[in-house]
Design a protein around this ligand. Structure first.
Ligand code: NAD
Ligand code: TYD
Length: 339
């Protein structure tokens, strides 16, 4: 099987690339990533040594280039991770979010239609459901919860989801969508909560907590998300949405304090800063459907996942220090500039 993965040089996409190469040695994995600030080719260093892996530095909005890749690589399934993914950046500059997350999705689905009605999976987010109140712990997002977005990021992802369902209904494109809660684990870009706090704590820098730190996220170890997508592309029902989450709700402040404790750093590093505009209070997924239909269950408990993650950041300082220093931006030029 030829699996085309977009956004494979980012956090979840790269974990998925490794998951697929390791689990299916007879599959070919084709990665399309334009390497924005969030894409890092060094993350794929080991994959690049694998003859079953191919990398294209290409924008998913570049229709001509995407069509050429489909002609050359003949994918059997497309998994679209490529996106602008950071809420704070979307508040500063929404436009690129609309472009990549919606128009890029359109280009990928048009290519799927053009080259044989190819199976398409959209990696979406629980943020399309908006947020839940803190005082109603009985409420969870299900697949039928109405879309009700807060940020330009979540709106762009919801727009893409609507388009995906439109391509299913209008053109009969064989699609699925997964909506996952917050991921954590290796290769997480250090602008997001957990890796930012680990990196700052290790550098004895302030730990900027938005508002009072009471917002709740439902954290899932990235490998469990990859396994869910693997199940969906093989056994998922066409035209269906699957929520993915681990029933692991935590307040931001508790996560930051835990990281301080694990790294032996003082909580005095915690600095409360101005809240995010439109800040969602609580995300919480009900994963009953994917459990009942596909047998998926999260395997990594948060206590183990956070230890593995911290250990990974301790053992891979060069990876994130290079990113923080901005040097990684030159990496691609160095690796591929003269080829
Ligand atoms: P990320 O920001 O770490 O990686 C995104 C990748 O997409 C990068 O490698 C980037 O270079 C690439 N990319 C961006 N624009 C592109 C374009 N126009 N063409 C080609 N490549 C492009 O993001 P992530 O956290 O790995 O998220 C991956 C997907 O999963 C996104 O669609 C996101 O909405 C979704 N998601 C993320 C989370 C999470 O907790 N991180 C949770 C649920 C869903
Ligand atoms: P983030 O990792 O950006 O994920 P998302 O907003 O998509 O859930 O943020 C997770 C939570 O942590 C969110 O409630 C915002 C908060 N946060 C901080 O308090 N400080 C920070 O520096 C960052 C990046 C996030």
């Amino acid at each position: 099987m030829n699996v085309l993965v977009t956004g494979g040089a980012g956090f979840i996409g790269s974990n998925f690339v490794y998951h697929m190469l390791n689990k299916y040695p007879d599959y070919k994995v084709i990665c399309v990533d334009v390497l924005t600030y969030a894409g890092n080719l060094s993350t794929l260093e080991d994959a690049l040594k694998n003859p079953n892996f191919k990398f294209y530095k290409t924008d998913i909005c570049d229709r001509e280039a995407i069509y050429k890749i489909f002609e050359d690589e003949k994918p059997d399934v497309v998994v679209n991770f490529a996106a602008e993914s950071h809420v704070d950046r979307s508040i500063e500059n929404p436009e690129v979010f609309l472009k990549t997350n919606i128009l890029g999705t359109q280009v990928m689905m048009d290519a799927c239609r053009k080259y044989g009605n190819i199976r398409y999976h959209q990696v979406s987010t629980d943020e399309v459901y908006g947020d839940l109140p803190l005082d109603r712990p009985d409420l969870f997002f299900t697949e039928t919860t109405p879309l009700h977005t807060s940020s330009p990021y979540s709106s762009s992802k919801a727009g893409a989801d609507l388009l995906v369902m439109a391509y299913y209904r209008t053109y009969g494109l064989p699609v699925t969508i997964s909506r996952c809660s917050n991921n954590y684990g290796p290769y997480h870009f250090p602008e997001k909560l957990i890796p930012l706090m680990i990196a700052n704590a290790l550098n004895d820098k302030p730990l900027p907590v938005y508002g009072e730190g009471l917002n709740v996220r439902d954290w899932l170890y990235v490998e469990d998300h990859c396994k869910a997508i693997d199940l969906i592309i093989h056994n998922g029902k066409i035209g269906e949405v699957y929520n993915v989450g681990g029933h692991n709700e935590m307040k931001n402040i508790d996560i930051v304090k835990l990281i301080c404790a694990k790294l032996g750093k003082p909580e005095s590093l915690i600095t409360y800063v101005a809240d995010r505009k439109g800040h969602d209070m609580r995300y919480a997924i009900d994963p009953t459907k994917i459990h009942n239909e596909l047998g998926w269950l999260p395997e990594t408990k948060f206590a183990d996942g956070i230890d593995k993650t911290i250990e990974w950041y301790l053992n891979n300082k060069t990876w994130w220090e290079t990113i923080i220093s901005g040097e990684y931006m030159n990496y691609y030029e160095k690796m591929y500039g003269n080829r």
